[in-house]
Design a protein around this ligand. Structure first.
Ligand code: NAD
Length: 248
C-alpha cells in the first residue's frame, strides 16, 4: 500500500466497477478523492460513503465527452482540494458486438466520443493544472482491445487503440515537465459493464491463461502503482493487466 496523504486524486467513471474500486483505493491510501461520473447521484453517494469512513471525497457530475464539463470537473477538484496530483481517466462504454461490415456510424461516434474524446478532454484539462504544479501522474484506461483485435469490436477497439496513442504522445511531451502519463489495459474484468455479456463467451474466458476474470481491485492496484513513486521511471507504457490474455 502507498501513502498518498496530502495528495489529490481524480477518478472518472467513479460510480461503478474499476473506477469505484480505484477511488476507494486512493482514499484508503490517504488521498483526497474527486469521484466524477455521468451519474452524478451515484458519484455523490460513493463520495459520501468514503466521507463517512473518514476520508476526504467529493462527487462530481460530468459527461467526459463534453470538454466544458471535463474542464469544470478539474476546476471543481482544485477548488475543493487545492491541487491535482493523480488522475485515473477511466470512464468508458461498450457498444454491442457487431459485424465490421454492419456497424453503424452512430455507434462508432458514441463509443469514440466517450472512450477516446472523453479521455482526451480529461487528460488535456488535468495537464493544464499539473503543468502549473510541475508534477503529476495520469493513468488512462485503455483495454486489451487497445492492444489486439477481437472480432466484431472495430469501433470499441478503435477507441481503445486511440487511447494508447494520446497517452504516448502526452507522455513524451510531459515527462520532461515532471508529469508521467501511462495507460492500463485491463483484460476481462468482472464489473457491471461485462456482467450482461459473459454468457456464451466461455471462449473469451479461456483466452485468459490465468483461468478467471479479473477483479476491479486488481485494476485499481495497477492504477495506484502507476501513480505512485514506485513507478517513478515508468513513462508512456500501455500496461496489460489481463491474466495473460494478450500474451498469446
Ligand atoms: P462500468 O460500466 O462498471 O463503469 C463505467 C462508469 O463510467 C459508470 O459509472 C458510468 O456511469 C460511467 N460513464 C459512462 N459514460 C460516461 C461519461 N460519458 N462521462 C462520465 N462517466 C461515464 O465499467 P468498467 O467495467 O468499470 O469499465 C471502466 C473502464 O474500463 C472503461 O473505460 C472500459 O472500457 C474499460 N475496460 C473494461 C473492461 C471490463 O472487462 N470490464 C475491460 C477492458 C477495459
Amino acid at each position: 500500500t502507498y501513502d498518498f496523504t496530502g495528495q489529490v486524486a481524480l477518478v472518472t467513471g467513479a460510480a461503478s466497477g474499476m473506477g469505484l474500486a480505484t477511488a476507494r483505493a486512493f482514499a484508503q491510501a490517504g488521498a483526497a478523492v474527486a469521484l466524477a461520473d455521468l451519474d452524478q447521484k451515484a458519484a455523490e453517494r460513493a463520495a459520501q460513503e468514503l466521507t463517512a469512513a473518514g476520508h476526504q471525497a467529493i462527487g462530481i457530475g460530468c459527461d467526459v465527452a463534453d470538454e466544458d464539463q471535463a474542464a469544470a470537473m478539474v476546476a471543481r477538484t482544485v477548488e475543493a482540494f487545492g491541487r491535482l496530483d493523480m488522475a485515473f481517466n477511466n470512464a468508458g462504454i461498450q457498444v454491442p458486438p457487431t459485424d465490421a461490415a454492419d456497424e453503424t456510424a452512430a455507434n462508432f461516434d458514441r463509443v469514440n466520443a466517450v472512450n477516446l474524446r472523453g479521455i482526451w478532454t480529461c487528460q488535456k484539462h488535468e495537464l493544464r493544472q499539473m503543468r502549473i504544479q510541475g508534477s503529476g501522474a495520469i493513468v488512462n484506461c485503455s483495454s486489451l482491445g487497445g492492444l489486439v483485435g477481437l472480432p466484431e469490436r472495430a469501433a470499441y477497439h478503435a477507441s481503445k487503440h486511440g487511447v494508447i496513442g494520446l497517452t504516448k504522445s502526452a507522455a513524451v511531451e510531459y515527462a520532461p515537465k515532471g508529469i508521467r502519463v501511462n495507460a492500463v489495459c485491463p483484460g476481462v474484468i468482472e464489473t457491471p459493464m461485462v456482467a450482461g455479456m459473459l454468457e456464451g463467451q466461455a471462449e473469451i474466458m479461456k483466452q485468459q491463461p490465468i483461468g478467471r476474470l479479473g477483479t476491479a481491485e486488481e485494476i485499481a492496484a495497477a492504477a495506484l502503482w502507476l501513480c505512485s513513486p514506485a513507478a517513478s521511471f515508468v513513462v508512456g507504457v500501455a500496461l496489460p493487466v489481463d491474466g495473460g490474455f494478450t500474451t498469446h
